[in-house]
Design a protein around this ligand. Sequence first.
Ligand code: 5AD
Ligand code: FES
Length: 345
Amino acid sequence: MTISETITKLAQQKNLTDSEFIALLSTDVYDNLLHTTADKVRRQIYGDEVYIRGLIEFTNYCKNNCYYCGIRCGNSVIERYRLSKQEILECCKEGYGLGFRTFVLQGGEDPFYTDDMICDIIHEIRTTYPDCAITLSFGEKSKESYLSYFQSGANRYLLRHETANNNHYQKLHPIGMSLENRKQCLFNLKEIGYQVGSGFMVGSPFQTLENIVEDLRFLQDLQPDMIGIGPYLAHEQTPFAEYENGSMLLTLRLISILRLLFPYALIPATTALGTIDQNGRELGLKAGANVVMPNLSPVKFRKLYELYNHKICTGEEAAQCRGCLERRVKSAGYRIVTNIGNVKR
Ligand code: 5AD
Ligand code: FES
């Protein structure tokens, strides 16, 4: 089969064999065809709409020590911060005024916030903004904890699986973290009733194309509503400081493949994609992404939430990012809409 036939097959059957995936991932010659095919599917379901999510990075403390991540507990150089309930609510207030109808509470795994504190914050946002989605993204918790957040009013949870290959997972994480537990968390979240998002880094150290196919297979098994991917980017205060960044072209290729595999998925053009290239997010949208997640965190803390070096948007106010994205999305040929932006399954 030629690559262009492979793309047609992927669009029609929403699946490929492992070797067809590898062949498609291995060449950039058909990227144009792949991106336009994915964009067609995206427009059939979502038109030219792009959903916005207000990201609130509420703590950069983390008890984990992932080898790739800048806020790992072993990084003794960075200054740590936590937002109070009041500060989080102020971010929501500002975001609401700017048209955001989804708030994403993202943070490291920070035991300072007890389940009671988190539930209290969620409940307050839920009561103040009944027309908004509340998305959580702060790692692995017990099923009971996830359930209590859900009952307090949270709707969505983002937890990237990072890699679906056990060996590879162990190379990215210290002993004590397991892929098995991470997968279990994702299935628990689904069972509770969350809209679930997963995903992985593209080009993380030791990743092979075969690993990426395993990531796609895992996602087929999970059937997530949201799928976030971005290039791996080095952070100087990590054991992986010297490893090369991931590839933008491979990331874009994967966004298109994900769109064709999961036509309904909410797929963000991520900050990492915007960091590796000035035009990364625009290209991500054209390749099939339909979500952008600008930052609502207070500007004085933004630089401190540094998962990787050179992260964009760390000096801009929320309103500036909102305006900037409005222009960028428009220039790519799409339109920001300010509704809740649920999955169109
Ligand atoms: N480069 C790119 N992405 C990263 N993440 C963490 N560290 C890095 C890095 N160095 C991603 C992980 C995590 C998400 C919040 O950010 O996939 O799940
Ligand atoms: Fe933040 Fe452009 S989106 S400055």
